[in-house]
Design a protein around this ligand. Sequence first.
Ligand SMILES: [Zn+2]
Length: 252
Amino acid sequence: MIQILNKILSRTTKVIPIPKYCLPSISKALIVAPHMDDDIVGCGGTIHRIGQAGAEVSVLYLTNGCRGNSNMQYDEQLGNVRRLEAEKAFHYITGERFKNLFYMDICDECVSKHLEETDDLKKILMKDEYDAIFVPYVLDIHPDHRAANYLLTNVLEKIDKKITIYFYEVWVPLIPNLIVDITASFSEKCNAMKMHESQMATKNYIKMISCLNGYRANFADRDEMLYAEAFYKCSIDEYIQIISEVRQGLVY
Ligand SMILES: [Zn+2]
């Protein structure tokens, strides 16, 4: 873990790495969301902005959400409710310009048991020419977020594609090389977050994203930037190398 942090830091000549502040140019994006709401928490503002700029956005939800309650008890009905909430929020945040919503229906906290089930994700990636994949930061505290990267790597190693990977933040801040100003889209991000009513009942996610996105904007020293999302952007080759090094440390 220390090695990978050193590697990221050593890619700059500055004492403190300075991220780029811009909206990336994206035509077709796939958001890999281990849980139904990670897409909005981690990159809802950016999804809204690239959608407005004409990008086609799809999402893959890895887990079925059946344990997304405060006591982590299995509740099939909750899974159905979360799916409807996620669809409503994703349709809204993309401005109805979404392409596909995909599901793998894995039980919550079990993604690491399905790392060899690569067929569905491989089909998704082979069917469309994505130029961007968004995935949670590999050093996140949630095991499903780390395992999502191991699953994605198992697929990317088998296909020959040129896609830019964007790590996004959920529970752990990352060392960013890209900051997207989402001030103009923050109200839409909050509206989409509120559509996840079952999750809003368990935690004040509006407060969480306000703090995280406000903290990110504050680094820019630009008065007009109030909210921002942070990413680590890299090529597939670099991504596979990063994940390989993390896996050698057996961070499951
Ligand atoms: Zn999650």
